[in-house]
Design a protein around this ligand. Structure first.
Ligand code: CUA
Length: 324
């Protein structure tokens, strides 16, 4: 029985170790999550080995001999065994619960000086706002510093997940959710929407870059400088149609050759000429639905989330009249 148990434990251990079930961790939170996985997995391997050994031993040792038609002896249970198989699993499950609770609480703790980033999710794009009026379509984070995210959704439920960083949080309209991520290595990752949020769900991704702290500070400063422009208004601050096209996530659903997008959830935006029609289709997408496409798919919130100037710029961009 000991041999069978050792064999079962060996097989289960090989399956756990040799197959890369989890991505290479890139955050403190992911390190803790991986620890929790291994804590539970090791317990499971022990239980599996014990159960497999007892079953195989029972089937083998107590099998019926040829021509043995007698009934087995009546058995009324074994109090000691029953107490053991109740108490031991209870202790193990409570231990897993305690470890998980400690990890959850540590993973929610942003520490003394977290970087604050606001995340806006909308069908089907992400936007990241930093202190000092900096907006970005790319999530840029400094290494070895906790980042505290405030998550908001403009329409339906989305969910933020960077696989290598473990943390995952639903983004619920009307509620501000929080999540903490502390990157531990530099590199490029992908933020994935992991809540089915509509036809463009699978395209709702954003690039993630983790930089050295100095490089991050330089990036933030550069973005701040670019975004500010003259406070008195003027040509320099006019919104760019191409930038709005990108940040509003139009390319998640529509083909538009100048922007290099080829999605086919909604109709192609190539060869649009009528500014009034384009504007109406952005603000009130269900007024006229292109034949062959479904109504009610495109967000109806752009009339509120985009300013008049931004709408003008987007319409000009789509109709090929963007001022150079
Ligand atoms: Cu947003 Cu799926």
């Amino acid at each position: 029985m000991v041999v069978v148990a050792a064999l079962a434990a060996l097989v289960a251990t090989l399956v756990a170790v040799l197959i890369p079930w989890l991505p290479e961790p890139a955050s403190e939170e992911m390190d803790r999550i991986v620890f929790t996985y291994w804590f539970a997995t090791i317990i499971c391997i022990g239980i599996f080995a014990l159960v497999a050994a007892v079953i195989i031993e029972a089937v083998w040792a107590f099998r019926v001999q040829p021509d043995d038609d007698t009934d087995g002896p009546p058995i009324h249970g074994h109090t000691g065994l029953e107490v053991a198989w109740t108490v031991v699993p209870a202790i193990l499950v409570i231990a897993i619960g305690i470890v998980s609770a400690v990890v959850l609480s540590k993973n929610a703790d942003a520490g003394d000086n977290p970087l604050q980033v606001k995340v806006f999710a909308q069908q089907f794009a992400w936007r990241f706002d930093y202190e000092g009026d900096v907006q970005s379509d790319v999530l840029v984070m400094p290494v070895d510093r906790a980042v505290e995210f405030q998550l908001e959704s403009a329409d339906v439920i989305h969910s933020l997940w960077i696989p290598e960083m473990g943390q995952k949080q639903d983004v619920v309209p009307g509620v501000t959710q929080e999540i903490v991520i502390t990157p531990t290595r530099t590199g490029s990752f992908t933020l994935i929407c992991t809540e089915l949020c509509g036809l463009g769900h699978s395209t709702m991704r954003a690039p993630v870059r983790v930089l050295e702290q100095r490089a991050f500070a330089a990036w933030l400063e550069k973005q701040g400088g670019e975004d500010k422009g003259g406070g008195g208004g003027g040509a320099a601050t006019e919104p760019r149609g191409s930038a709005i096209f990108a940040s509003a996530g139009c390319g998640g659903c529509h083909t538009f050759t100048p922007a290099g997008t080829d999605a086919q959830v909604g109709p192609s935006l190539d060869e649009l000429t009528d500014p009034a029609m384009v504007r109406q289709s952005i603000v009130d997408p269900n007024a006229v639905v292109t034949s062959g496409y479904q109504g009610g798919v495109m967000p109806q919130t752009f009339g509120e989330t985009l300013s008049d100037e931004e709408l003008d710029a987007l319409v000009n961009y789509l109709t090929g009249k963007e001022a150079e």
